[in-house]
Unconditional design. Structure first.
Length: 448
């Protein structure tokens, strides 16, 4: 791994400005595709295009797929479609080719496909583009070793050699029947120990783990993690082998999903990067800020309705941040645990009542402890039994409500097919803040 220091970048820029092809090739030679992609972030579009002209087709394709999607689309827009087809798409696995094509409009996609010389590859790309990108079908590739269960081992090995010539990596050997339905996998050990078996269905490993082409990426990730797989076969609705998903593709998608969930939980409504311009970042962040402002105005209206109570008991105002902050923290804790459970499949959506009961028990303990601590503190320092009782009872009620609300909301959103990560952000905080103030004012008005 090479450190891309400022001096390193400046040296490369100087080499490019002098059109020193040998010098530029020498610099790129020592870099991995991911390092070159990172380096491109420091260069202008013209400098990037110049370096692409110096790479061989396979290296150029690998680097292109390492570039950020937005930057990649900008680059593709300035390149001829025929060049994109022959230099990039022809040298990519079908799953990567589909990722590249998804960022382009339909007319551009059709023109690029028309320039692909391998008709079978073009057909595979067309088929994969029909899938939703968030499903197993949209993530899979078609490059895999496939043999028939009725072949002999020598015939199988010969066919594997032929198929392997066009593949970079071989993960598993998949066995299908005459109708292309997945029947098993052929482990290397069984190939070595059974070199002359008449039919490989007698030595294959039957009933392999697989997913359907309509399964979500989250389901695919859970299966790969559960069974420690490096690749996973994908079947269609009638069990035919449609493709395979590799663990690196899954990890990339899971990372992107986590980034989106983190931003959503932070009150960012769109997927943004630090490199995005001012207007893009503002558009992503402003909506929840406005909602938060409306929530704050709602709080002020609630507090304004108890103006006379504050006039009679000014010390009540001291505990407004405590009530609001505690409710928001408890709600976020509860919702975060539920969202995590839903994400890793340790919590079933059908177990909503069981989870609410468990969370209520936890909330009861937390509410008693927090209320008791605050009661003791106020009793010895405040000297006002009415406010002491009001704050303690309010905290108890707020913690109970926030815990149950923080559990119900993400599970309900999940039932409605809405990203439950929405419940770990400003939505929970704002709602608990408003409800907490209403509870506090209601209890205080009764006791005081």
């Amino acid at each position: 791994m090479i450190e891309l220091s400022k001096e390193y970048v400046e040296n490369l820029k100087d080499v490019i400005s002098r059109k020193d092809e040998n010098g530029a090739k020498a610099i790129l030679k020592d870099l991995y595709p991911a390092d070159v992609a990172e380096l491109f972030q420091e260069l202008t579009m013209d400098e990037v295009i110049y370096l692409y002209t110096l790479m061989d087709d396979e290296e150029a394709a690998d680097v292109l797929m390492e570039i950020d999607e937005e930057d990649r689309n900008k680059l593709l827009k300035v390149l001829p479609n025929e060049l994109i087809a022959k230099r990039f798409v022809d040298n990519l696995d079908t799953d990567d080719a589909v990722d590249l094509m998804r960022g382009l409009d339909e007319d551009t996609q059709e023109e690029i496909l028309s320039h692909i010389e391998d008709v079978e590859q073009a057909g595979d790309i067309v088929d994969l583009l029909k899938y939703d990108e968030n499903t197993a079908g949209g993530l899979m590739g078609t490059e895999m070793i496939v043999v028939n269960e009725n072949w002999s081992m020598p015939q199988c090995i010969e066919e594997m050699r032929r198929q392997a010539e066009e593949m970079d990596e071989i993960y598993y050997v998949y066995v299908v029947d005459d109708d292309e339905r997945l029947r098993g996998v052929l482990p290397l050990k069984r190939m070595i120990t059974n070199p002359s078996v008449s039919k490989i269905k007698h030595v294959m490993k039957k009933d392999p783990i697989s997913v359907h082409d309509g399964d979500s990426i989250e389901e695919v990730a859970q299966v790969i993690a559960k069974y420690d797989l490096v690749a996973l076969p994908v079947i269609d609705s009638i069990g035919r082998l449609a493709g395979r998903i590799t663990i690196d593709d899954v990890m990339d998608e899971v990372q992107e999903q986590h980034e989106r969930d983190y931003q959503l939980a932070s009150g960012i409504s769109q997927d943004v990067e630090t490199t995005d311009n001012i207007f893009q970042q503002t558009a992503a962040r402003l909506p929840w800020l406005v909602i938060g402002m409306i929530g704050g105005l709602g709080n002020s209206v609630i507090l304004g309705g108890f103006e006379s109570g504050f006039a009679a008991n000014p010390k009540m105002a001291l505990f407004i941040p405590l009530i609001g902050g505690t409710g928001g923290n408890v709600g976020i804790q509860s919702s975060a645990i539920v969202v995590q459970g839903l994400a890793n499949n340790t919590l079933k959506a059908s177990h909503i009542f069981r989870q609410v009961f468990k969370e209520s028990a936890v909330a009861l303990i937390n509410a008693c402890m927090i209320s008791l601590i605050v009661f003791c503190y106020n009793y010895f320092t405040l000297g006002d039994q009415g406010i002491t009782a009001s704050v303690s009872l309010s905290l108890f009620a707020v913690v109970m409500f926030a815990s149950i609300f923080g559990t119900l909301v993400p599970m309900t959103l999940n039932k409605l097919k809405i990203d439950p990560a929405l419940a770990t952000g400003p939505f929970i905080t704002i709602t608990n803040d408003i409800i907490g103030m209403m509870i506090y004012m209601f209890i205080a008005s009764i006791l005081l």
